[in-house]
Design a protein around this ligand. Sequence first.
Ligand code: SF4
Length: 498
Amino acid sequence: MKGYGGRLLFVDCTTGSFHIEPLAAATARAFLGGNGLAARLLYDLVPAGVDAFDPANAVVFAVGPVTDTTVPGNSRACAVSKSPLTGLFFDSTFGGRFPATLKRTGFDAVVLTGRAPAPSYVAVDEQGAVLKPAAAVWGRSTRDAVTALVAAEGADADAVAIGPAGERGVRFAAMAHYWRNREAVAGRGGLGAVLGSKNVKALVVRGGRKTEVADPAALKALLDETREPLTKGTQALTTFGTPFLVGPINALGALGSYNLRSEVFAAARVIGGESMKEHYHDRDTTCLKCPVACGKQYAIRDGEFAGTRAKMPEYESIFALGPMLGIAEPEALIVANDLCDLQGLDTISMGVTLAFVCEALERGWLSPAEVGVPFGWGNWRGMLRLVEMTARREGFGDRLAEGAWRLAESIHPEATRLVYAVKRLELPAHSARALKGLSIGYATGTRGGSHHDTRPTPQYAPAFDRRSTQDKPAFAARSQHFTAVGDSLVMCRFPAER
Ligand code: SF4
């Protein structure tokens, strides 16, 4: 079957055994791959009503027919599971080189179930899987773990790992993959915590199989046709990365700040793409074979954090750790973003949960003594400390680790009204008030508060009627169909939308 590895790998982490099944052509036609295929596997395998941390829950890593071809943005994979944050089906995609390497193993999906008896990692090659001891990397950051495991398995291997947050069951724990200077994070929904509940620190893949394209000439013609609009449409991403959005979205009155009490942030300019590039840009980074190269590495040259080299905070992370907390210190944002990635925390959920804490403190629903460290609007030192405490579930961090919704439920009968979340998933940086297509989109998306079901991008186009509710249900449905196909192929959203 062209476009596919044609095999599915099922690993029982309790026993370390595995089995391989063929991917039926009818299944591939019906679900494409990636998200769609993983949803089917999860539906078939995971008993209804099971807790996300139950060994019977599964974590599926899946790629699609487009992965490891010449399509721009093809090196993308889905991590899929039942989320400990929402209690619902959840998928989170990531790039780098890992997705192409997973495809080269000849498996379209790797399914992990059970719970390893001791900290382990799963090494997958073309023959199958081996569960190996991970005691040496348990407790270490995502980057340290990936670096050590790739050193152990060989430079042609790729790894995606959880950090201390995933090991401790933080409900919004992420997983991260590092390749050259590219850092790719499957951030949302707490899937890193599900991996941690299985005692699995990382998935490591290595393979050499090639993906055959059914009609290379037709694919080339299609790509030739879309090359120019792609280059033009992604210029700002290539130049600045996603932080270029800060200025225009703030100008629209749609940049959430102070736990969304406002949608304008006075200091937006200093944390926007242009200013960040001018002061901190070190180098561009890219996922495998992607012409857009939207990734940037930053370097802090002076001051308290001099010597820091870290991934550029994406627009969403700037919003959640910056304006939502009233923080306008770009260097604190770079450090906080890096800390979240290393500890394996979703930046959006972390920031929005802390924004709720700021407002709860102000209302007297939480006391400073309960929080345990000086914190409030604009206090970036408190933010950094609370991020660390969350990853370790230390002190008040143990309550933050439950996410904004559960924290609110525990402190005051009315507190959930102040939580910026849908289906218990903290919302991203695209305002449902400003973009009416997203209000219906967040309410109906499978994941709830995610901007990767109904998409914000088309709604920022000058000709799009953002403020009226007219036709927005139809728009949201179309947009969700578009992302379902894109996530099943699996393709990066940025090139796919141009
Ligand atoms: S556009 Fe950016 S995130 Fe998407 S594949 Fe290219 S480099 Fe990766």
